[in-house]
Design a protein around this ligand. Structure first.
Ligand SMILES: Cc1cc2nc3c(=O)[nH]c(=O)nc-3n(C[C@H](O)[C@H](O)[C@H](O)COP(=O)(O)O)c2cc1C
Length: 486
């Protein structure tokens, strides 16, 4: 163990970054956005790619014709790196690539993800997709540090994604949506090509009873040199979480992202569980992390949530802390959000007509989720009510024992099957299919699937629009705005 811990040092290249683009799924913080920001001349910025849903994102990019052979070239790089999997990669590429793109209206092919441990093709394709994402970002921003964001809750593909990102030399991994206490030790072991185990949460069964086991050598062969170990940042919402993780050498990360409740995406629930009359969570000052107490933990950290305003060199030290920004970048030109949808959202922000709520039930993960009420999307109550409910991707499925088997169930799918598998009826009300919704938001949805937009506080977006007198803006303009140069 002591050897493993010796690997854990925060690289200076990461400490130099005082603004991070937050990981934003599915593929909102994409290669274009992260590499553009990372290339900024100041050297003070970079960001986290989103690893969420990449297995399907890449399968769909291939089926949509892989414009510019972007995916094909990344796959070639993987084949050169991991010769033991060259034939598998070729087969998977052929399975999904459609020259000229799948015809409009045709259903896109996915993967079979029946049980907690994914089949071999999903393991390889996840590794391949995550490798490709990091490889492409590194190619576009040479010699710059680049991170990647995973959700702890998405357990099935996590280990393969981590290893793929490491093979491409990712500089940091950042993770929230669940307790990431096992991850530092898993990164230590993967960085030695050693087998790892990830406990899978199965309802009513003690933690650790079900695990996904991954031995890199089973896939990549015995001779592949071990990949470098990235730094690990844990996403926390309170100093207590930070203290608990840092207090144990096994769970201690290199640093933290400290998220306030206004951050886009998933959040921690409010302490008093207060809800408004529509069932959305209401947060108060008691839900903000005590940043002095986090600082006392002694590890570097970036603050996130409502930090998209310009840096003021004269501001108090608390306002000048290194920060992570999401919403401002989610709506810039380089973001992975489908351009027409992005423009509609930007117009609503401009007209001050966009409401964002902290939904208690939207996310099948069980965590609160910020939903933007964009007309025509899943976040619009009228549209949501008419949506057919199905669960065909299942990244956020929960698991429970049933008749001697482990079955997966998702509250956003068919309510009848959810209940028949032992799920509580109340969980299905207002539950949204994040998998299909967020894939549609980034332009690779199935035809007919509704998009779903998550955002935090959009005040900085409107402030920037006012300054440039335009609805749309580039990532460089967002950076200039943040650095107080606009
Ligand atoms: C569109 C969008 C998607 C997000 N998706 C994720 C995600 O997949 N994982 C994650 O850890 N955080 C996610 N976040 C949170 C961001 O990484 C970041 O911490 C947050 O947006 C910062 O707050 P801000 O939105 O007020 O700038 C998301 C935020 C947005 C706006």
């Amino acid at each position: 163990m002591s050897g493993a811990m010796a690997l854990r040092t925060m690289p200076q290249s990461l400490l130099d970054l005082d603004i991070l683009v937050g990981g934003m799924g599915v593929d909102i913080s994409n290669v274009d956005l992260v590499s553009t920001v990372a290339r900024h001349v100041s050297g003070r910025l970079s960001g986290s790619l989103s690893a969420t849903g990449l297995t399907d994102v890449y399968a769909r990019l291939l089926q949509l014709g892989d414009a510019g052979d972007v995916v094909g070239r990344a796959f070639d790089a993987f084949r050169a790196k991991v010769p033991a999997l060259a034939d598998d990669v070729e087969l998977l590429y052929r399975r999904y690539y459609v020259e000229g793109g799948t015809a409009l209206g045709e259903r896109l092919k996915g993967f079979s993800l029946a049980g907690p441990t994914p089949p071999r093709d999903v393991q390889i394709f996840t590794m391949l997709a995550t490798f490709s994402h990091v490889w492409r970002a590194k190619l576009a921003a040479p010699d710059r540090p680049v991170g990647i964001n995973f959700l702890r809750k998405i357990e099935r593909v996590l280990l393969y994604g981590l290893y793929g990102a490491m093979l491409a030399g990712v500089d940091w991994v950042v993770m929230g949506a669940g307790d990431p206490g096992e991850i530092p030790a898993i990164l230590d072991d993967l960085a030695r090509n050693r087998a790892v185990e990830l406990p899978v949460q199965v309802a009513t069964v003690p933690r650790g009873e079900h695990c996904i086991r991954f031995d890199p050598k089973d896939l990549v062969g015995p001779n592949l040199p071990p990949p470098p170990r990235p730094a690990f940042l844990a996403i926390v919402s309170s100093h207590l979480q930070a203290e608990a993780l840092a207090g144990n050498p096994v769970t201690r990360p290199e640093g933290f992202v400290v998220e306030s409740p206004v951050a886009g995406g998933h959040n921690a629930p409010p302490r008093n569980r207060l809800k408004d009359n529509q069932g959305n969570y209401v947060y108060g000052p008691e839900d903000e992390a005590d940043l002095d107490a986090v600082a006392a933990v002694g590890l570097p950290f970036w603050v996130a949530g409502g930090r998209g305003h310009p840096l003021d060199p004269k501001a108090s030290p608390g306002d000048r802390l290194p920060r992570q920004v999401g919403t401002l970048f989610a709506l810039c030109n380089e973001s992975g959000m489908e351009p027409n949808l992005r423009k509609r959202v930007l117009r609503l922000v401009w007209q001050r007509q966009l409401e964002v709520v902290a939904s208690a039930n939207a996310s099948p993960s069980g965590f609160p989720f910020r939903v933007a009420r964009v007309p025509g999307t899943m976040g619009d109550p009228a549209t949501y009510a008419g949506r057919p409910r199905a669960c065909d991707l299942g990244y956020l499925r929960g698991w429970r024992p049933r008749d001697g088997r482990i079955v997966g169930l998702c509250p956003a799918g068919d309510p009848g099957s959810f209940r028949s598998l032992g799920g509580a009826a109340w969980r299905t009300e207002g539950s949204m299919c994040l998998c299909n919704g967020l894939l549609a938001t980034c332009g690779v949805g199935q035809c007919g699937e509704l998009a779903l937009v998550t955002l935090g506080d959009t005040t900085p977006v409107r402030d920037l629009q006012l300054r440039i007198r335009r609805l749309e803006y580039a990532a460089d303009e967002a950076v200039a705005y943040l650095l107080g140069e606009l």
